[in-house]
Design a protein around this ligand. Structure first.
Ligand SMILES: C[S@@+](CC[C@H](N)C(=O)[O-])C[C@H]1O[C@@H](n2cnc3c(N)ncnc32)[C@H](O)[C@@H]1O
Length: 204
């Protein structure tokens, strides 16, 4: 049974529920930023402080992660973050109007390290093409991973992905991204001396 989440930062939503009206939820018309797989919320809280002019949706299908994220958001007093427990693709399809997102962030998505499981990875060329439908022109797409071949794969396919402009050119990825907060997983791997692969594109 799921532990109930009573935080005011939590937005209960289930498949087949109507799409939230984001301007009502946030109380303003600021652009929306989406973090897919927010984990325990340490990244989104730092990002929401850096970008008070954006409304952040922190999304994860892991209930305990959502509860921890809500606790962090509530403690910080931030009002520009809402936390949702849902699967990314069904949530986006149902709740994000085309061209609405100003930013999409995906940090350390599940790596599915076994070769036969690679097709389960969330981020691939088809997913980037799908995401771009929901992104504004000039919207940012940030991807970070601790997993070498996931980082190299995303760097490689994004370099030829139609509709996106590389923000790190001539590099296709970097191991440092100035001003970009560190998430729990990023920290874990940095502490072990493993590099993070950062990829940053804009929708065109
Ligand atoms: C490895 S953790 C990384 C968490 C956090 N981004 C970080 O860097 O510390 C991946 C997270 O993504 C979530 N996740 C994976 N696939 C998802 C999906 N399709 N929709 C929503 N959340 C997803 C998992 O529940 C997990 O919390």
């Amino acid at each position: 049974m799921l532990i109930p989440n009573t935080s005011l930062s939590y937005l209960p939503w289930e498949d087949n529920d109507p799409a939230p009206l984001w301007s009502d939820i946030f109380g303003n018309n600021n652009p929306i930023a989406l973090e897919i797989g927010c984990g325990v919320g340490d990244f989104v809280v730092q990002m929401a402080v850096l970008h008070p002019d954006l409304n952040f949706i922190a999304l994860d299908f892991y209930n305990k992660g959502c509860i921890k994220t809500c606790k962090r958001v509530d403690k910080s007093g931030l009002r520009n973050v809402r936390v949702l427990r849902a699967e990314a693709r069904s949530f986006i399809e149902a709740c994000i109007p085309a061209g609405a997102l100003r930013m999409v962030v995906i940090n350390c998505p599940d790596p599915w390290p076994k070769l036969r499981h690679r097709k389960r990875r969330l981020v691939n060329s088809a997913f980037a093409a799908y995401l771009s439908r929901f992104m504004q022109p000039e919207a940012d797409l940030f991807f970070a991973t601790d997993f070498v071949d996931y980082g190299q794969d995303v760097a490689e396919f994004m370099a030829v992905q139609p509709g996106f402009k590389n923000q790190l050119a001539p590099d296709t990825f970097r191991h440092n991204l100035e001003g970009y907060p560190v998430s729990k997983y990023m920290k874990r791997f940095l502490d072990m001396g493993q590099p993070i692969y950062y990829v940053h594109y804009r929708n065109i």
